[in-house]
Design a protein around this ligand. Structure first.
Ligand code: SF4
Length: 64
């Protein structure tokens, strides 16, 4: 699995962090999403796909 965040699209809503807190975090200064890892363990796949699905900005791309 490979994850990317388009930080230019991110609107700092935080849904990705709620969906997969081991994979996503938000910058303290502006809330823009950052990756804690870009290749998480397979058991996190469902959470990562959920995060991508609920992102209101469609800023998260997941390649399996
Ligand atoms: S859910 Fe999308 S818009 Fe919201 S913080 Fe995460 S990447 Fe940014």
């Amino acid at each position: 699995m490979k994850i990317t965040i388009d930080q230019d699209k991110c609107v700092a809503s935080g849904q990705c962090v709620m969906a997969a807190e081991d994979v996503f975090d938000q910058r303290d200064e502006d809330g823009i999403a950052v990756l804690l890892t870009d290749s998480p363990s397979p058991e996190l796949a469902d959470d990562v796909h959920h995060a991508a699905a609920v992102c209101p900005a469609l800023a998260i791309t997941v390649e399996d």
